[in-house]
Design a protein around this ligand. Structure first.
Ligand SMILES: Nc1ncnc2c1ncn2[C@@H]1O[C@H](COP(=O)(O)OP(=O)(O)O)[C@@H](O)[C@H]1O
Ligand SMILES: N[C@@H](CCOP(=O)(O)O)C(=O)O
Length: 312
């Protein structure tokens, strides 16, 4: 459920006066999603998605909303934020930061096909290329320093074997640096539930609120780890090859990126293993997330450690 902040028609109609979007026709809560409150808003001009931010503050939003606007302007499939009469993308609604973006067709898929994985790879590469002209910068708040500190905070909750496995992975990653790889704007959370598909076409990437500047290959690894992972936790080689082929059709990986690929897959899995452990053992008071299973990413790290074929 993702309507944490309720808004009535009158309040919304009044707030909508700050936009050139006509009159309110319908307001409908969106059940999916975890972090924010989302509504479908229909006006006499069209259909939009209203997001009320439950965690991010108003002054933190420009990076994300301007990035979406930039990417949409460059043809990357993603929602375009709508500017109000003061030329701002966000303002307060019911005391919380809120914005309107274009409503995209399509829905997320649970079991993607190779064709869909290829399309995701292509669009991700397009995002990386379009990001090169985005002037704002954001560091990755969940990079190596963060996961190392987070791991230290959760070892004592874990059983010995799991903690040893986590410690070994953090140690392994500490001895590998990716500073020499191409960097740029990354989505950083391109899971299946953050992509709306319209048949085999990408309707749009959504949920840009972990986007930042980081190593591009990291974004590819995050996508492969989720899009190509089967119900049993094992990676489907055909899907992985399709996603990578789609990506490389637009932005071929260089020799160094290929050399680092297997380590990067483990780094991307470690990032979500640690965040899920933190959510499990130290849920933030008032944080509106439900706990996702950390074991999924532990098993993935351990499977990547053991494998020899990485689909490139
Ligand atoms: N621009 C959009 N167009 C159509 N549907 C959207 C759009 N943005 C979000 N949604 C719908 O809202 C749901 C929740 O959005 P999401 O960004 O994942 O929320 P949260 O930030 O709470 O995780 C999505 O699964 C999708 O169904
Ligand atoms: N995709 C991540 C969750 C992303 O974080 P959230 O705060 O948007 O829930 C995962 O599956 O662990």
């Amino acid at each position: 459920m993702s309507v944490y902040t309720t808004v009535d028609n009158d309040t919304l109609a009044q707030w909508l006066e700050r936009y050139a979007l006509g009159e309110l026709v319908e307001l409908k809560g969106i059940a999916a999603g975890i972090t924010n409150t989302n509504y479908f808003v229909t006006t006499t001009h069209g259909r939009y998605v209203l997001t009320i931010f439950e965690v991010l503050k108003l002054d933190e939003l420009p990076y994300y909303l301007e990035l979406m606007s930039h990417l949409a302007r460059h043809g990357v499939a993603c929602p375009a934020p709508i500017a109000d009469h003061t030329d701002n993308f966000a303002s307060l609604l019911a005391g919380k930061p809120a914005c309107l973006v274009t409503c995209l067709p399509g829905s997320d898929v649970e079991a993607p096909s190779a064709v869909q994985c290829r399309a995701v790879g292509e669009m991700l590469a397009q995002l990386h290329l379009a990001g090169t002209t985005f002037p704002r910068k954001m560091h990755n708040p969940r990079g190596p320093h963060w996961w190392s500190q987070t791991a230290s905070a959760v070892y004592h909750y874990m059983d010995e074997a799991d903690a040893a496995s986590l410690r070994a992975e953090v140690h392994f990653q500490d001895s590998h640096r990716f500073d020499h790889l191409p960097t740029g704007v990354v989505h950083a959370d391109l899971f299946k539930d953050n992509v709306l598909m319209n048949g085999d076409a990408i309707a749009g990437f959504i949920d840009f609120y972990y986007a930042c500047n980081d190593v591009l290959l990291y974004d590819v690894a995050i996508a492969v780890n989720d899009w190509t992972r089967q119900a049993d936790g094992e990676i489907d080689g055909e899907l992985a090859r399709a996603l990578l082929a789609g990506y490389q059709a637009i932005r071929p990986l260089n020799a160094e990126e290929k050399r680092c690929w297997s380590v990067m897959l483990r780094a991307a899995a470690l990032r979500f293993w640690t965040s899920r452990l933190l959510d499990l053992y130290q849920p933030q008071e008032g944080e509106l997330t439900y706990t996702k299973d950390p074991k999924v990413f532990q098993r993935l790290v351990e499977a990547h450690r053991a494998r020899s074929d990485f689909w490139l």
